[in-house]
Design a protein around this ligand. Structure first.
Ligand SMILES: Nc1ncnc2c1ncn2[C@@H]1O[C@H](COP(=O)(O)OP(=O)(O)O)[C@@H](O)[C@H]1O
Ligand SMILES: N[C@@H](CCC(=O)OP(=O)(O)O)C(=O)O
Length: 376
């Protein structure tokens, strides 16, 4: 049995480990103040989940909005350094609020500040995983945010939705709930009069992605619905169910379960933990383009051979995760390469028997082995 409806996120036999993400739009009011009374009710939900035997990890946004209010930057266009300074100031308040409110209900909080890079490198990813595991074993509630004071540009998630999906993956969670200010994914912007909510999504296809807007509905949110769909994609590939629900009610987890309002994204497959990590990677040093025969062999579960490569881009090393594209430029897979970019380029289009003379050593069986390859 697997998670199949919103109420299943409250069932410890189906969802033993749950990640709950609280967006800036919910946590902070229009004046940049934390909605403390509402947050207490979220924590009641967390306590009840733990009483039922579930383990809960929180991903909490809000540091920039809270800090901006204290520094006089709230509601204005901020420079990068103003946003980073705001995060540094706001995070202390955010963490102490979580710590105090969890303590009021007998729980201990732990702060984990992570960046995209902490998930892209396998070693740091595993370090984060084991810390989550140990904290949960000690009945602590990890409260995670992006380390916004140091994460900029390409090492930054920006939105906390994808961070939540990566956290869920790294702590082997069964489910992720994204609490936000809208009760799920609509087939067009919810402001449109004929917009309809989707109850269940089986795979975030291009058609589903086209429904979302990347504009936040509030002054403080980041990434809008687009970021949530990217998070859903990471989760579905890792075999984790994800729900987008309206968190504005008191006790929003209970409300969502009882009223079944929200959108549920069902897991697509259950890759190995290693493949799921590759599938969730977001930063790449290079890519290769393959011909149609190779693309269809990959879809049949084969390894990627040099003979099918038509183009090599970027400057990657052996062991890097790169992207694989078809002839029309669509990204079709991600995988860990056995060769650096220079060698890949030298052997592209060549059968295995011709590669030894080029490389000066016996070639490996494949450029990307099927065990290190994830189809998208
Ligand atoms: N197709 C859609 N369905 C639902 N909401 C959408 C859609 N497209 C854009 N949105 C917007 O996404 C917003 C939620 O994202 P965001 O403001 O980033 O929230 P959070 O801060 O909780 O992450 C909603 O308020 C809504 O205005
Ligand atoms: N890490 C940032 C949160 C970024 C953000 O607002 O994300 P989201 O809540 O997904 O719209 C912060 O704490 O301010």
């Amino acid at each position: 049995m697997k998670i199949d409806k919103l109420a299943d996120f409250s069932d410890p036999s189906l969802c033993h480990r749950l990640v709950v993400k609280i967006g800036s739009a919910l946590l902070v009011d229009d004046d940049g103040e934390i909605r403390t009374e509402w947050l207490r009710t979220v924590i009641e939900d967390v306590r009840e989940a733990r009483d039922r035997g579930q383990e809960v990890v929180i991903v909490s946004s809000g540091s920039i909005a809270i800090g901006a209010k204290k520094l006089g930057f709230f509601g204005k266009r901020r420079s990068l350094s103003e946003a980073q300074a705001s995060a540094a100031v706001g995070q202390i308040t955010l963490a102490s609020t979580w710590s105090d409110l969890l303590a009021e209900q007998g729980m201990t909080a732990a702060q984990m500040l992570l960046t995209l890079d902490d998930f892209e490198g396998r070693r740091r990813y595993l370090n984060a995983s084991s810390t989550f595991g140990r904290l949960l074993k000690s009945s602590v509630v990890p409260v995670v945010n992006e380390n916004d004071s140091i994460a900029t540009g390409e090492i930054r998630f920006g939105d906390n939705d994808r961070l939540a999906a990566r956290v869920a993956q790294s702590c082997s969670a069964d489910g992720v709930i994204l609490l936000t200010d809208v009760d799920g994914l609509y087939d067009k912007h919810p402001n449109e009069p004929d917009a309809t909510r989707l109850e269940k999504v089986h795979g975030v296809t291009e058609e589903i992605q086209a429904m979302a807007d990347s504009e936040s509905g509030s002054d403080v949110g980041t990434g809008g619905m687009t970021a949530k769909l990217l998070a859903a994609q990471i989760a579905e590939r890792a075999g984790i169910a994800l729900a987008i629900v309206d968190g504005s009610h008191r006790k929003p987890l209970t409300y969502a379960a009882e009223n079944t309002s929200g959108t549920l994204f069902l897991p697509k497959r259950d890759d190995s933990a290693y493949k799921a990590w590759i599938g969730g990677r977001m930063r790449f040093n290079g890519s290769i383009t393959v011909d149609d025969g190779c693309a269809s062999a990959l879809h049949d579960g084969r390894s990627l051979l040099a003979a099918g490569i038509v183009k090599v881009d970027g400057d990657f090393e052996r062991g890097d995760v790169i992207t694989i594209h078809d002839l029309v430029g669509r990204m079709i897979a991600k995988g860990m390469t056995e060769y650096d970019a220079e060698d890949c380029d030298a052997i592209k289009g060549k059968q295995n028997s011709k590669q030894e003379a080029i490389l000066g050593h016996t070639p490996r069986s494949a450029v990307i082995h099927r065990d290190q390859l994830v189809l998208l």
